[in-house]
Design a protein around this ligand. Structure first.
Ligand SMILES: NC(=O)c1ccc[n+]([C@@H]2O[C@H](COP(=O)([O-])OP(=O)(O)OC[C@H]3O[C@@H](n4cnc5c(N)ncnc54)[C@H](OP(=O)(O)O)[C@@H]3O)[C@@H](O)[C@H]2O)c1
Length: 305
């Protein structure tokens, strides 16, 4: 058997997203990523092997697990835009609930450990900082779907972990959606003004730190829930200013507004800052400050940026 064949593999559904990219950038020796996504496009610079498959298609998911054996599954695929879920609920139910049921059922039958990627949107944002055992209480439809998916995972699988990343930033694959850091950076670099709210607080997570934490979960298979977040609590306006400072851009272009300036978007929980003690203690992953994460992001800038 060649060295390549003897590597363990992890199936990452939604592997082309920001989280999947963080996983690829922190790949431990002896492992490879099988990255599953829905649209058919080439992912430049990716070290993973890629599978194009719609997780809403139960037969396709079952065929995949019948054909291949995975050493671990990280299930991150689904519609992750809070505002899109609010306005496209039926489509989101299929993607997030049916898709999750298909993936978890196949993993259960194969006896494979599954890590479900949930969110800080399971909380209403009135009792921060949140520990893993705080009662969930979503304020938007996206959060509601993620709560149901968490329940599905807990109640149907024997071997599972739930991770809840908070607002993530980092370099996304060019074909995938932007995140607040790349969006603000691009706007300011073009000299465009942006409006950012000062009444939504989080401790943002660099996607590479998220990757490290997920690999620790894959290797240790701890049971239960883990909050994944950075060390610095900021509101979105402060976050934007930190991005401007890190990339040497004009912070004066960032307008400070309240959430009420965007009446048409889905409600956001005001403060979902996470406690990260469990992540640090049990996964051995330190929470990076926002300045550290943005400096690391700047140092890792792709040629196109
Ligand atoms: N980003 C954040 O700030 C954040 C914060 C908290 C939690 N999370 C959670 O973390 C996870 C990953 O987020 P992300 O930001 O990395 O994701 P993302 O950039 O929105 O990417 C979504 C991924 O899911 C895939 N996907 C969507 N529907 C699918 C389907 N029906 N079948 C197969 N693949 C499908 C997409 O494939 P295509 O590229 O082919 O469309 C893409 O790979 C999500 O579960 C999200 O809820 C994210």
């Amino acid at each position: 058997m060649t060295q390549r064949q003897s590597k363990k593999n992890v199936l990452v559904t939604g592997g082309t997203g920001l989280l999947g990219r963080g996983l690829e950038e922190t790949l431990p020796p002896g492992w490879k990523v099988v990255s599953l996504h829905q649209r058919d496009y080439a992912v430049a610079g990716s070290s993973a092997s890629h599978l194009v498959l719609d997780i809403r298609d139960k037969r396709a998911v079952d065929r995949l697990f019948a054909r291949r054996r995975f050493d671990a599954v990280i299930h991150a695929a689904g519609i992750a835009s809070v505002d899109y879920v609010e306005t496209h609920y039926a489509e989101s139910l299929e993607s997030n609930i049916v898709g999750t049921l298909n993936v978890t059922s196949a993993a259960r039958r194969a006896g494979t450990h599954l890590t479900y990627v949930s969110t800080n949107a399971v909380f209403d944002g009135t009792k921060a900082p949140y520990a893993e055992d705080a009662p969930v209480c979503p304020v938007n439809k996206y959060g509601g779907l993620k709560v149901e998916c968490e329940r599905l995972v807990r109640e149907t699988l024997e071997s599972w972990t739930i991770v809840r990343p908070i607002l993530m930033y980092g370099w996304n694959h060019p074909e995938c959606r932007q995140n607040p850091a790349t969006w603000v950076r691009e706007k300011l670099a073009r000299g465009e003004a942006v409006s950012l709210v000062d009444d939504v607080d989080e401790n943002p997570l660099y996607n590479v730190q998220c990757g490290r934490a997920l690999w620790a979960v894959v290797l240790k298979r701890p049971a239960g829930v883990f909050h994944l977040a950075g060390r610095t609590r900021v509101n979105r306006w402060e976050f934007g200013r930190a991005v401007a400072e890190a990339f040497g851009l004009d912070a004066a272009l960032i307008r400070r507004v309240k959430s009420s300036a965007f009446p048409s978007i889905a409600p956001r929980p005001p403060d979902t800052t996470f406690l990260t003690d469990r992540m640090e203690r049990e996964l051995g992953v330190g929470a990076m400050t926002l300045a550290e994460g943005l400096a690391a992001m700047k140092a890792a800038a792709p040629a196109r940026a």
